[in-house]
Ligand binder design. Structure first.
Ligand SMILES: [Zn+2]
Length: 272
């Protein structure tokens, strides 16, 4: 950050009269001071201006679903676009979870392995996580009730959301993927996937909600990956029951998409 020296002390802002009127009105209604509101609005604006409050996709998911498992986005590239998210690795070599800037590779044995920044991904979805709402849920919820609460926390079906759920889970069922040869589309058959179940476990769910009309670019609906608090085990969430959790949701109204510059991608005949 450049040194602005004395500029800070001389910073005077003039606000057009109608806007100042609105500001005073909102301050009166909300019980917040004018300075608090101004600061809040500026933080939000800066976040948007720098493109931080956006979902970043390293590639459209439809390429991966067609069996293109090798793209040239490195985890180092991915890190520039977020500190939180999910995805997979080239050749579908496990499930990816990114939490607080650390990327975890969950292999087909359900365990995490260290992964370096040169490893590549055919598909990943990340953001800089900063929740807009946080809700404490003390009840024991089955998967349907859990999904109902998530749905209730989304103000609209037509926006993007990052979702982080921390706490104690009564049960969690996840799956992972085994390394796949390129050009071999995954069969939508659960039987072939390694499945793992955990009970009374502390952990984190990390992922996104994507509107259904964006399905060519990202998995529609809720897509969550699980990681234990010990950071040793996890996978793609199939179902869960919560005991005591904190749900954080970030409202996001911008999507950034990279199109892979690989020959495979450029010459692919993707679904229309
Ligand atoms: Zn997944």
């Amino acid at each position: 950050m450049p040194d602005y020296g004395k500029d800070y002390e001389n910073l005077n802002i003039s606000i057009p009269r109608p806007l100042a009127g609105d500001l005073l009105h909102v301050a009166q209604q909300s019980g917040h001071s004018v300075s608090q509101l101004t600061e809040k609005a500026l933080v939000q604006y800066m976040k948007d201006e720098r493109g931080i409050n956006s979902v970043y996709l390293s590639a459209p998911v439809n390429a991966m679903l067609k069996g293109f498992y090798e793209e040239n986005t490195t985890l180092g590239d991915l890190r520039k676009h977020g500190d939180f998210g999910l995805g997979t690795f080239n050749n579908l070599d496990g499930e990816m979870v990114m939490l607080d800037g650390v990327i975890y590779q969950l292999h087909a044995d359900g365990k995490t392995y260290p992964v370096d920044d040169h490893v590549q991904t055919p598909f990943a979805c990340v953001t800089f996580y900063s929740p807009s709402v946080v809700e404490e849920i003390e009840e024991n919820l089955d998967f349907n009730a859990f999904n109902a609460i998530l749905n209730r926390l989304l103000p609209s079906d037509n926006m993007l959301y990052a979702i982080r759920v921390d706490g104690l889970f009564k049960q969690v069922k996840v799956w992972s993927v085994a390394r796949q040869p390129n050009y071999q589309p995954l069969v939508e058959d659960e039987q072939n996937r390694p499945v793992f179940e955990y009970e009374n476990i502390n952990g984190v769910l990390a992922g996104f909600y994507t509107p259904k009309f964006i399905r060519a670019l990202n998995f529609p609906g809720f897509h969550l990956h699980f990681l234990t608090d010990s950071r040793e085990y996890g996978g793609h969430l199939h179902e869960c029951q919560t005991e005591r959790v904190q749900i954080g949701i970030q409202f996001i109204h911008r999507l950034k998409l990279d199109l892979p510059m690989t020959l495979d991608y450029l010459t692919a005949n993707l679904p229309r």
